[in-house]
Design a protein around this ligand. Sequence first.
Ligand SMILES: [Zn+2]
Ligand SMILES: [Zn+2]
Length: 190
Amino acid sequence: MTWIDPGGSLQVRAEALLDATAGASRGEVKRLGRWLDEAGDEALRAALIELGCARGVEIPEEARSWPGKRLLRLCRGQEAPARERRNPIRRDEGFTCDHCSAEVPPHGRTARDHCPFCLRSLHVDEVPGDRAARCGGVLDPVALEMRGDRPIILYRCRRCGAERVNQALLDGLEPDRWEQLSALSGKGPS
Ligand SMILES: [Zn+2]
Ligand SMILES: [Zn+2]
């Protein structure tokens, strides 16, 4: 991807730059940021910030002096650099359950995100698989719900109260225990 400054009004240039950033890979954003650092002026930065704000992004005052790469990321609404670095691919891994201490094997077909024996999970994701949540609390199952033909376990975090959902796993190595699921199914979301 080659970035060509379309010229014209600041608003047009800022919009084109943000649009180019929106679909760009990390490497491309880096290049666009470098361009902004080298060729972009104060007024273009101000226009970017204004545009980001208009699109609903919260932008701190000091962002004016940030490196172009960081400014562009923020303005397109994806600053959180920690999250961007993390690999949002769900991995199927075994683990030791924090609640019941069972040794849980990988599932085999899909990512194992809860204990099949007690159904507990951990509050480690903001979006599935990203491992971006700092909480780390135990997620207690509170209800079972059908979404289409898929049974979904509703969770509440013991530590922070956040609510999450995981799909119940009825197949694979060590499927979710039927007694645990059926004990939940009468409860409904509370
Ligand atoms: Zn467990
Ligand atoms: Zn939590």
